[in-house]
Design a protein around this ligand. Structure first.
Ligand code: GLV
Ligand code: MN
Ligand code: MN
Length: 411
């Protein structure tokens, strides 16, 4: 009988649409950076939605919020499901939210159908997946990977970070209490939008993730000299803007020609003092790069640092480069991939195995418990944008595959 079981698509859509109103940007997107007013409102709404669903609400020292459905067996491990409710600045309404809403809907479906599983189920919203402050923050805390050194250099700066923690009722000490013992977790499953075009192009329903890329990031500065932008000769300038522009262009060439399957991005850049008539004395920027392969990630890191130094020398600049977040590439569990494949067959959906170029909470948990992840198609592959769309039918497909993988693993 459970083969025919499906999530309640109308109920899930109603929840999804309510959530999408929180921090809505008016163009289809949401703006919910971690610990912003909209993010805290989304978390409050999630707590109330859990309680309205008759599920137990749980939170921890890293601010992860979850719905819990306990089974009848004492000391049973927990099968964790989830994703994140924070967004990138002016992001889309599906990234992360779909995974949390799918997870909640699976618990509601299991509960209302009186299905007795051998595991507890928990549907989690992980804190700050997107890295407003620290990427994969909540999932790293749960897995015990939170590093006290990382807390000293959040992307947002110390002041914004500590103010955000205080707004959420958290402390730097409390973060370390979120760690879960390995034996308490039966596994972790996540549904996410693909954020690429592979499924759409091939007309497939579900992507079963084989591995998630590793990444590295740096806070960097070129330091030159402010000068009059009208009266100083071009050849006399120590222009930090020139250095960073050359670095960005050559980074692209280097990745394209020497690092297949890798990417690099300068996603934030500020000149100082910052006026049209002053030669930039400083260029402060954030660099991030990704690779599916550990050794290649290290080689890419070394090549980018060498290039950054070469550009400093060429333009007569000083360079500073402070390492920020770093994560090794992560393999998904064979058992979880098979459970998802079988679940696709149960629901009658097509699937393909593929790697993920985006980072996800799933990768934080790979050395704690078996981890699996699926993608549903993104229209035009667009994501981290208000124009991010996944057809509702595909969203429901993802939730149903999550449901059937959960039933297979938990029975
Ligand atoms: C998260 O969405 C990331 O890949 O940066
Ligand atoms: Mn994202
Ligand atoms: Mn995401």
């Amino acid at each position: 009988m459970t083969k025919d079981l499906r999530v309640n698509a109308d109920r899930m859509l109603a929840s999804f649409n309510q959530l999408a109103l929180i921090g809505a940007t008016g163009d289809g997107g949401v703006n919910r950076p971690t610990f912003s007013e909209a993010h805290l409102a989304a978390r409050k709404w999630f707590r109330e939605e859990i309680e309205r669903s008759g599920l137990e609400f749980h939170t921890d020292g890293a601010g992860n919020h979850s719905a819990v459905l306990t089974c009848e067996r004492s000391n049973a491990p927990t099968l964790l499901l989830g994703s994140h409710l924070d967004s990138v600045p002016k992001g889309g309404r599906f990234d992360g939210a779909l995974g949390v809403m799918s997870a909640l809907e699976v618990l509601r479906t299991v509960k209302e159908n009186g299905i007795r599983l051998k595991v507890n189920l928990e549907a989690m919203d992980f804190t700050d997946e997107e890295g407003t402050h620290l990427s994969l923050f909540g999932s790293s805390a749960i897995s015990g990977h939170m590093n006290p050194e990382d807390l000293k250099k959040p992307y947002s700066g110390r002041e914004n970070f500590t103010a955000g923690l205080a707004r959420a009722g958290l402390t730097e000490e409390s973060l370390f209490t979120a760690k879960r013992p390995k034996e308490s977790l039966a596994g972790y499953l996540e549904v996410h939008i693909e954020q690429g075009k592979r499924l759409e192009r091939r007309g497939l329903n579900i992507g079963i993730v084989s591995a998630i890329v590793g990444y590295g990031s740096y806070r960097m500065s070129y330091i030159g000299r402010a000068d009059h932008a009208g009266s100083s000769a071009m050849e006399d300038r120590l222009d930090a803007g020139q250095g960073v522009a050359a670095f960005i262009l050559e980074t692209r060439q280097s990745v394209l020609t020497k690092f297949p399957n890798c990417v690099a991005n300068v996603g934030k850049l500020e000149f100082a003092p910052g006026a049209s008539n002053i030669v930039p004395a400083r260029a402060d920027f954030l660099l991030e790069f990704r690779s599916p392969n550990e050794q290649q990630l290290a080689e890419l890191d070394a090549a980018l640092m060498k290039l950054a130094h070469a550009k400093a020398e060429q333009f007569g600049l000083q360079l500073t480069a402070e390492p920020l977040g770093r994560h090794t590439p992560s393999l998904m569990s064979d058992v979880m991939q098979q459970a998802f494949k079988d679940a696709c067959d149960d629901v009658g959906l097509s699937s393909v195995v593929l790697p993920s170029g985006a980072i996800h909470d799933a990768q934080s948990l790979v050395d704690v418990c078996p981890v699996g992840m699926i993608f549903v198609p993104s229209v035009n592959g667009t994501s981290h944008s208000p124009f991010e769309i996944t057809k509702w039918e595909d969203c429901v497909n993802g939730a149903n595959v999550l449901l059937h993988a959960t039933l297979r693993l938990g029975s």
